[in-house]
Ligand binder design. Structure first.
Ligand code: BT5
Length: 280
């Protein structure tokens, strides 16, 4: 923990990564309710695009729809980024897309490091679960929470990213669905190193988005999912929809073929349908 804290407090991160925007202001808290909450406050106060809030521990880390995000101290990377892209409101979903691609790239680039193991090892089994999860061998390694202030255009976006790095175990209710790099690779990983790589990757993908590469990014995002053609249930707004995933559309929406209709989802919780259910 000392390393992450000291590097941020002593302004050592930006000179090492040479980003233009992301991480230009880096703010660290030993313990805070939620970095997303804090980043939204700072965005309202006028903090610039690229400001990043990092916490060692979150006491009320949040997922979508007010769910909890388990964020114990000294273990994970809990951070939120303020962005002020000059984009129309309907382009907002792209921010989650670039964040997940950046998380994958950052984790994969650790693959050559000795502490992780042989080159490419981390890479094995990393995939994106639509719309906002990163899975490692089917368990949740990271989650993204994108929150927005919109008018006709985007005023600001806060992209919150949580990555499980050095947890040895999870509480019982998460045990079967969550994992960490430590659980998988049996070694502590360097959170500062992951943070630096992540900030570099986010800037890269963010600038690609601003450079009109949205549709290409959706293509890359789709390639990292394993969902197209699958029979699924989608929980959305307290309803469950059953069907087959046809495609991911141009702004990241999921297209579901259900009872002869094509339904379009912007959010929701997807689960694969089990065999007995399919036989019904
Ligand atoms: C997410 O929501 O996956 C978004 C998580 C975003 C967390 C970051 S941390 C920094 C920033 N500040 C915040 O306050 N939040 C962001 P969702 O798809 O709704 O998933 C939430 C569900 O994931 C929970 O209901 C649990 O089932 C599960 N979960 C909770 N904590 C977890 C963890 N540490 N690892 C894996 N799964 C977890």
């Amino acid at each position: 923990m000392a390393k992450l804290r000291e590097a941020i407090l002593q302004d050592k991160v930006l000179p090492q990564i040479k980003n233009r925007e992301i991480g230009s202001r880096l703010i660290f808290f030993d313990r805070i309710e939620s970095t997303n909450l804090k980043a939204k406050e700072l965005a309202k106060e006028g903090y610039p695009s690229g400001t990043v809030v990092v916490a060692d521990e979150q006491t009320a880390g949040r997922g979508r729809l007010g769910r909890n995000w388990y964020s114990p101290g000294g273990t994970g990377l809990w951070l939120s980024i303020i962005l002020r892209p000059d984009l129309p409101a309907p382009d907002a979903p792209f921010l989650t897309v670039i964040a997940s691609l950046a998380v994958l790239e950052a984790l994969e680039s650790l693959g050559g490091k000795e502490e992780i193991g042989r080159k490419g090892q981390v890479n094995k089994g990393l995939e994106i679960k639509w719309p906002n999860d990163i899975l490692l061998e089917g368990k949740k390694l990271a989650g993204i929470l994108t929150e927005l202030s919109l008018s006709r255009k985007i005023n600001y976006v806060v992209v919150g990213i949580g990555i499980n790095v050095n947890q040895d175990f999870f509480p019982a209710e998460l045990n079967n669905i969550a994992t960490s790099l430590k659980i998988k690779y049996k070694k502590d990983q360097d959170r500062l190193e992951i943070l630096k790589k992540l900030l570099v990757s986010i800037e890269k993908y963010y600038y690609r988005l601003l450079n009109q590469e949205g549709s290409q990014l959706i293509g890359e995002w789709k390639e990292r999912m394993n969902i197209i053609g699958k029979e699924v249930n989608i929980h959305d707004n307290e309803k469950v929809y059953q069907g087959r995933v046809l495609d991911i559309a141009e702004r990241g929406e999921l297209l579901l073929e259900s009872q002869g209709e094509v339904l379009r989802f912007w959010a929701g919780d997807v689960s694969l349908r089990t065999r007995p259910e399919l036989r019904k």
